[in-house]
Design a protein around this ligand. Structure first.
Ligand code: NDP
Length: 241
């Protein structure tokens, strides 16, 4: 039987590209999403990949969601923690709510989701946990104290868990994208894009979601079994860490 891969936030943007790339590699794929039913339905209609709705920031919802996916497809062997949000503001104007929403989704979401599949992976002696962090978790970013803290936390989480999973056949890794051409980038003003962002990227362009998906496909593969606790940076040379 084909391995089962669950991609959180797998119905739009980078996550949709990851879902499609994993399906093309022969995995059985489930995508989760938060609330954009129209986008999820359009994604399922176009790809045949089932989409399941729950909030990764809610532990009980994750437990129920994973149970639903496993009842439909079988045990989750590949977990891609991709769901993420931004709530940007300079720190002096950042509200506690903006802080909490980003930490709850982008960092606590990793605990919630990974915790719900971890024991099954340990029992089966195989697992792949791949989380999508960000270049801004590696180098920081103006007006993103919340996001940078969560995304840096994703990397620490991964390094700790990689040590716990190693003897159980579970690898735990991070992909840290630079600026990728998705709806998340649509909020950036064109003049900021042209004068600040693009000049900072040595390859001179945004990345494409499919380029991040290839990283995930590689880390999910049997051939990547010796790679754990790693951060794969895919950022066009913007930050060489
Ligand atoms: P999008 O905004 O395009 O898509 C986000 C996806 O995550 C959607 O499917 C959304 O569901 C889902 N989602 C958001 N919040 C939750 C939640 N609480 N519970 C469940 N699902 C949720 O994002 P991108 O594709 O741009 O980003 C994907 C990941 O990559 C994120 O973690 C982001 O931080 C990271 N990243 C993105 C970069 C970029 O340049 N775009 C750069 C570096 C990292 P719904 O459709 O229902 O809203």
């Amino acid at each position: 039987m084909a391995r089962v891969a669950l991609v959180t936030g797998g119905s739009r943007g980078i996550g949709a590209a990851i879902s499609k790339a994993l399906m093309a590699e022969g995995y059985q794929v489930a995508a989760s999403y938060a609330g954009n039913d129209a986008a999820a339905q359009a994604f399922t209609d176009a790809t045949g990949i089932r989409a399941f709705k729950w909030n990764v920031a809610d532990y009980e919802a994750c437990k129920a969601g994973v149970a639903e996916v496993e009842a439909a497809l079988g045990p989750v062997e590949i977990l891609v923690n991709n769901a993420g949000i931004t709530r940007d503001a300079p720190f002096h104007r950042m509200t506690p709510q903006q802080w909490r929403e980003v930490i709850d989704t982008n960092l606590t979401g990793l605990f919630n989701m990974t915790h719900c599949v971890w024991n099954g992976m340990r029992e089966r002696k195989f697992g792949r946990v791949i989380s999508i962090s960000s270049i801004n978790g590696q180098k920081g970013q103006f007006a993103q104290a919340n996001y940078a803290a969560a995304k840096a936390g994703d990397i620490g989480f991964t390094k700790a868990l990689a040590q716990e999973g190693a003897r159980a056949g579970i690898t735990v890794n991070v992909v840290a994208p630079g600026y990728i051409n998705t709806e998340m980038m649509a909020g950036i003003k064109p003049e900021v894009m042209d004068t600040v962002i693009l000049p900072a990227i040595p390859v001179g362009r945004l990345g494409e979601p499919e380029e991040i998906a290839r990283c995930v496909v590689f880390l999910a593969s049997d051939g990547a079994g010796f790679i754990t606790g790693s951060t794969l940076s895919a950022n066009g040379g913007q930050y060489m860490a």
